[in-house]
Design a protein around this ligand. Sequence first.
Ligand SMILES: [Zn+2]
Length: 243
Amino acid sequence: MHPSLDQLRRLQDLERQAAALRADIDMVDQRRRDIEVPVLEARAALEALTRTIDDRQAQRRTGDRDVAAIQQRLTKYRQQLMAVTNSREYDAAQHEIATAEADLKAREDQTIALLFELDELTPQAEHARQVLASREDASGVALASLADETQRHKLELANIEGSITALRPTIDAGALALYDRVSKRYPRGAVGELRGDLCIACNVRIRPMLASAVRKGEQIMQCENCTRLLYAVKPAAPPAPPA
Ligand SMILES: [Zn+2]
């Protein structure tokens, strides 16, 4: 293989590794958001339950005050009943008492329904708190490991970028210029393999003479179809016969 091609393959390999690391690093914010989704969902569920419980408890307190007020009314009407002087006043007091008793019954029924509901809501909220706590733990671990991984990737990327910077000036200037030109068309894919006389990248066969020149490696040859810089891998040696 042409010696510059070997270096260009190494350069291309480094550029691919750098691109993959950059893509990983670019994905970090998205991955962090993905990790946080279950926590946000659990927190929202707990908040909704807490709001419902607060609301039902407020209703209960209002109900208790209403019951006390109705009981006061009842006491007053019952006293009035004792003091009536005619049947019209008696009927009126009886009517007020009946209305107040119906109100009282309705209010008490509401309180019982609220108590039943609160009995169900309280363990649900407790469960939601546990779910939130365990998801917060899990996401904390995942975020920490993501941060470690990102840190590692940034160091690796810095190393690779350093290697690229060191490698480029050691490559023959003409070969590097050709590589950079073809790279504009095929970023991180300017160098391609020739197998037999087939360019693997574009899947087109080149002339046998050109293929043989690629194998000789005296100069850098380009695919006639896609213009990639071609290299040929020597076929693997057949396994040695058993001794
Ligand atoms: Zn090609």
